[in-house]
Design a protein around this ligand. Sequence first.
Ligand SMILES: Cc1cc2nc3c(=O)[nH]c(=O)nc-3n(C[C@H](O)[C@H](O)[C@H](O)COP(=O)(O)OP(=O)(O)OC[C@H]3O[C@@H](n4cnc5c(N)ncnc54)[C@H](O)[C@@H]3O)c2cc1C
Length: 493
Amino acid sequence: MTRAEKATDNVLIIGSGIGGLTVGIIFAKLHHRVTVVEKNPLPGGLMRSYVRSGIDCPLGVHYMGSLDRGQPLRRLWDYLGVTSSLPLERMGMNGVIDRYLFDDFSFDLHEGIDAFEDDLKQAFPREQNQIAELMGDMRTISQSLFSLDLLTEPGMPFLSSESLDSMGGRLQRMRCSIPLLSVLGVPSTLIGVPLRDCPAFYYYMTLASYLLSSWRLACSGSHMSDAFTSTFGSLGGAIVTGDGVKKILVRSGRVSGVVLQSGRVLDAAVVIAAIHPRCVVALLPEGAVRPAYAERIAELENTKGLFSVTLAVDADAHEALPYNIYRVYPERDGTLSHGIFHQLRRSGQPGINILSMMTTSGIEEWRQWEQTTSGRRGGDYVAAKEKKAREFIAEASTVFGNLKGMKILDIYTPLTIRDRVGSPDGSAYGILRSTRQLMKTASLNRTSIEGLFLAGQNSMAPGIMGTTLGSFQTVKRIIGHERFCREVMEDFR
Ligand SMILES: Cc1cc2nc3c(=O)[nH]c(=O)nc-3n(C[C@H](O)[C@H](O)[C@H](O)COP(=O)(O)OP(=O)(O)OC[C@H]3O[C@@H](n4cnc5c(N)ncnc54)[C@H](O)[C@@H]3O)c2cc1C
């Protein structure tokens, strides 16, 4: 081992979401001493579901892409050693992964890039040229994603000025019709970026990862967090829970450890913060980073939060669906300002299925209760949540008919997510990866403090796929390209 390699001997990770645990497992596999610190009593971050009326409700994982054998997320998870512990269920058993319902038409998204092209050409027969051009770009980026050359190549292999361009701008220049724009706008909601601001490569990567194959957990529960934590533990990794990091210690421009809320001090040569960078800056001693860096982080725009309603429904009347339904309400110019995601799945309890519904919701809507904490927000907050939930239920009835045996299991707002995982303003997908912020976000995981790195959804891209890829990238940055290819990517062959 060289001196630089030895410096990473003692690795401390802040946050036990999929980002933190992915980095933790990789370093544990590379024989480092790794400790993950989690503020909550249980590890898992957004991966962990929660129980209401005896039923597990999913929080931050409804579906994921590219988990078939040989596909990118599956290869990454096989390397981590978590796949076999996960009860995965392939979506689209009848061919459909997602159904988009508009006022006057519907569009079914089938598995596979060829199928998607056929669906588009059939629905928009006058726009064959535009669709062919789009699919050409999508295939190039999907190929790059598939081969994981993002990790094996030194830079970002598929980045060109065109792929950095806004997807909305590209589609407008191609003179796509408003209905086609509306259909193509739905996938960008998966990373919380409006189509007009969404860099083309993000768009293609996100959509391609779901088209390759879409999956969800066959039953909700803590399977995903358990799979990651037990694999990490079996490799010798340690997790401290219920004791968040209060301070990151920095001596002479170099990180030296952390202080926990309890006052306990943990030494570490490398600290990887798998939390929002704004929270990282708040944990640093005064003057540890240049004011310009702190200002840049504070000014970054975040993705919005989500409002969610989870219902229990009668399983005989409402059979689980192997696809998601997006009820979409585009503006006159095709912009998607409002839409509701629905997923109807088994609950694990006999006779009961669960219907999860979600929509984008900014903190402004909940500002009045900003100073309150979960469980103590008062009756007016509960009333506001319930009022909005009733509107959702009325809309859901237009999609699923009269909801038999319906019972509200839970309603959450961006404030819930903020308090659960510490995401600023309850942002669902962290920093907004828009064309406007591309330059400002490009080198976020390189801090000026030696030994301090970022991982998790804010380091590269959000979602289970983006967070996992970003966490592998962080390891590459820390141990260097050569060692990463030799000791990590070698196992992929
Ligand atoms: C409602 C919702 C639905 C979603 N649905 C999907 C989906 O269907 N598919 C998909 O691919 N993606 C989905 N996402 C996005 C996906 O869940 C995230 O991109 C991903 O889980 C982020 O992982 P992470 O590790 O970066 O962050 P997190 O899971 O948020 O983990 C961060 C952890 O750090 C801890 N922490 C914070 N501060 C401290 C501190 N000071 N000390 C110690 N610990 C700390 C937090 O408690 C938390 O456990 C969804 C997100 C939301 C909010």
